[in-house]
Design a protein around this ligand. Structure first.
Ligand code: ZN
Length: 391
């Protein structure tokens, strides 16, 4: 297979690369904003483009339940439905089935669950997940996996990992026999990147909090030969040192010529650190969800905008930030919007937080290009520059 991924520069294990999708290139290391139900909450698409988002996530579970993947397919796929011409990655639906739905029952075949919206009963199997993801038409789609709960005994983590491996095989088999069904496969080549006309399927490494299982899961997933590899089942309540250990164990095994994606992480200083370890893609609801709660990430740390000390503060939220919010509005105004419950608060706060995350990745890519980002930890000066630890 031709791997639609180039590595342009390296600094230690960190890689500066580019993923070529049918809907444009994605510079890596990349942070991917979450467009859960076909929308990055509170942010219009032209603003997302201006922020420099090259790829956003869509959640299969949400879109399957509402408005439904068949409706989206009939309207030309998710890109056309939501009018987003850049890349989209869809998850397998597994994580939300495990975290949101009620009365789920896991069998070898798949997962029976009830919708969190109306209680209706559904079955997700590897085949069904890939069928839905083909109908949605994301550029990058994910194998169906079981997100192992935490904590889990080693025997339980192994059984879950083995199930994920069997489901990965079934996901890939279904994908290979149906990949021509993607809704945009018939589009004219001038609309699409001509070198890439199909979806890419990524496998997912599981294995709980056991480094040996993580390595084995990575080895056996790689044997199936996916276009890229994700590391799943992290940020589920484990200590941070353990997250790092599990990522390192999987990265030891994952091939260097394929994109590597850590799912559902993290704070800005964490995503910079994972990129320094050799991770190429990350996503997290944190910048968007925190923004809607008035929690803002800045070059000086985390800020709670509803704090009374901002009542008369005419300064920009983050004087170091180049976003349109910081260049126009004061902390006092942002606080007023938030405490008044104005919808504009969610929009402005999210724009700033997404800029901060995307700009962190731009800084990381620049550091790799000039050869200054190396090792498994950033140097202390870079760490403080990129850090947004709570203050
Ligand atoms: Zn800003």
């Amino acid at each position: 297979m031709t791997i639609p991924f180039n590595i342009e520069a390296q600094a230690g294990p960190a890689r500066l690369g580019r993923i070529h999708t049918a809907h444009g290139d994605v510079d890596t290391p990349a942070f991917m904003p979450c467009g859960t139900a076909g929308s990055v909450k509170a942010v219009p698409h032209d603003t997302l483009e201006e922020l420099g988002a090259q790829v956003i996530l869509g959640n299969t579970y949400h879109l399957y339940l509402r408005p439904g993947h068949e409706l989206i397919r009939s309207l030309g796929g998710l890109h056309k439905f939501m009018s987003w011409e850049r890349a989209i990655l869809t998850d397998s639906g597994g994580f939300q089935v495990f975290s949101l739905s009620q009365l789920r029952k896991i069998t070898e075949q798949g997962v029976n669950f009830r919708s969190h919206l109306d209680g209706s009963s559904h079955l997700f199997t590897p085949e069904r997940s890939i069928e839905v993801q083909i109908a949605l038409g994301g550029d990058i789609i994910m194998a169906f996996d079981e997100c192992t709960e935490h904590p889990a005994e080693q025997s339980r983590a192994r059984a879950s990992m083995e199930l994920t491996l069997r489901w990965a095989r079934r996901s890939k088999d279904y994908f290979e026999s149906h990949s021509n069904e993607v809704p945009w496969s018939e589009l004219s080549s001038n609309k699409l990147n001509s070198s890439r006309r199909t979806q890419m399927l990524f496998g997912i490494v599981q294995g709980g909090m056991y480094p040996d299982l993580r390595r084995e899961s990575a080895e056996r997933t790689v044997e199936m030969d996916f276009t890229g590899y994700a590391i799943g089942g992290l940020s589920v309540g484990e200590p941070r040192a353990q997250t790092l250990e599990m990522i390192a164990a999987a990265l030891e095994v994952l091939p260097k010529d394929r994109p590597r994606y850590v799912m559902g992480v993290g704070y800005p200083y964490e995503i910079a650190q994972y990129a320094a370890m050799g991770v190429d893609m990350m996503d997290c609801v944190l910048p968007t969800r925190a923004a809607r709660h008035g929690l803002l990430f800045t070059s000086e740390g985390r800020v709670n905008i509803k704090n009374a000390r901002f009542v008369r503060d005419g300064n920009p939220l983050d004087p170091q930030c180049g976003c349109r919010v910081c260049s126009r509005y004061s902390r006092a105004y942002l606080r007023h919007l938030f405490v008044s419950g104005e919808p504009l608060a969610a929009a402005l706060n999210t724009v700033h937080n997404l800029w901060h995350y995307l700009d962190t990745m731009r800084s990381v890519r620049h550091a790799i290009r000039i050869g200054e980002l190396s090792g498994t930890l950033l140097s202390s000066s870079q760490h403080s520059a990129l850090s947004t630890k709570p203050r």
